[in-house]
Design a protein around this ligand. Structure first.
Ligand SMILES: CC(C)(COP(=O)(O)OP(=O)(O)OC[C@H]1O[C@@H](n2cnc3c(N)ncnc32)[C@H](O)[C@@H]1OP(=O)(O)O)[C@@H](O)C(=O)NCCC(=O)NCCS
Length: 131
């Protein structure tokens, strides 16, 4: 995975797996650096059942326990659903990095040009929660 020109090897990241009746239904990965926690990926395999919300809650609980001051993440400009999802769960917009995906695409050429809803994938958007 690539964000802001930084390669994250997902296998090396910490994460929480969500299970439902012993079936794996979601994964959230993260990285802690000092007093900040970056959520590096969120994937729900069964959408609209509360799995994404439960994984976010788990991360916030973990962050509070570890006295983290800021939880943040990056998403892309086309990911309207994720922007809705996070903002409804107390994340606020922190920064926009125009054209940042160009650099990410140089490192990971498989990032498509067109994303959700036919929107060109160009910019990275940072959201945060201050704890
Ligand atoms: C974004 C994502 C993680 C959300 O996961 P999810 O499991 O669908 O999340 P939830 O089920 O908790 O919430 C989604 C909606 O389902 C609704 N919902 C939750 N539980 C529900 C239930 N039991 N019955 C019906 N609806 C429910 C919620 O109200 C919510 O809607 P809202 O955001 O308008 O409030 C998921 O869509 C995903 O994996 N997307 C692809 C990867 C991605 O874009 N990741 C984020 C990039 S940074």
């Amino acid at each position: 995975m690539v964000t802001k020109g930084i390669i994250h090897r997902v296998n090396d990241l910490d994460g929480i797996i969500a299970t439902l009746n012993k079936e794996k239904v979601g994964l959230i990965t993260y990285k802690i650096l000092g007093k900040e926690l970056e959520i590096t990926s969120v994937n729900s395999l069964k959408e609209n059942k509360g799995i994404g919300s439960a994984m976010l809650d788990a991360i916030i609980t973990l962050a509070r326990k570890q006295k983290i001051k800021r939880v943040w993440l990056l998403t892309t400009n086309d990911n309207i659903d994720a922007l809705k999802f996070y903002q409804k769960r107390n994340f606020t917009l922190k920064n926009i990095y125009p054209e940042a995906v160009k650099l990410s695409r140089e490192l990971k050429p498989s990032i498509p040009l067109i994303g959700n809803y036919g929107i060109p994938i160009r910019d990275e958007i940072e959201l945060e929660i201050i704890l």
